[in-house]
Write a protein that binds this ligand. Sequence first.
Ligand code: SF4
Length: 214
Amino acid sequence: MDSLFDTAEGGEDRGERLSELARQVSVCTKCELAMSRTNTVFGSGDPYSPLMLVGEGPGENEDATGLPFVGRAGKLLDDILAAVSLTRDDVYLTNIVKCRAAVEENGRLRNRQPRTGEVNACNPYLQAQIEAIKPEIILCLGGPAAKTLIDKNFRITKDRGKWYEVFGAKAMATFHPAYVLRQHGEDLQNTKRLVWKDIQNVYAEYQKAMERRG
Ligand code: SF4
């Protein structure tokens, strides 16, 4: 997409640009996920934050509410942010796809990973969000977000916790909260320890960015 902001340039503020983009997403039918969604889930938080968090896509609760990161994974994300004295209002939250990817099993819809074609179809919206928000730090939550934004060959277990440069921002990936919740026993403790270490490093960069802003 050449520019999603052709009509939005010329003095409109960031919130207005994002509102226009969200309106475009709300009626988007560029991939088959449009057929089964209840709501699009565009993003939430502070569009002026230096820190943007990017997850995989809406699940059942997000599809029902239109908000990113609600339910158990959202609660865990709140806890992760609280560990460094941040709330979701201090950051901007979004996903690589704006509609729920699900598959029917035994008469129920179960979340599935978005397919490559769906991610590619939705990617211009994410790019436009980054273009509008101009984050200084991007934290990818989970492998699919890291593969989309950092490197298509990204391996979350090997490459998480390292810094990369993406769209002029420092970017890191850590485990998705939903992945953390699927762990048990010692694996759960180890995964949590790594995520908490990653968020500490991200927060150090956030503090530097806030200091630069005075
Ligand atoms: S996932 Fe993205 S590209 Fe696909 S229909 Fe939803 S908004 Fe459009």
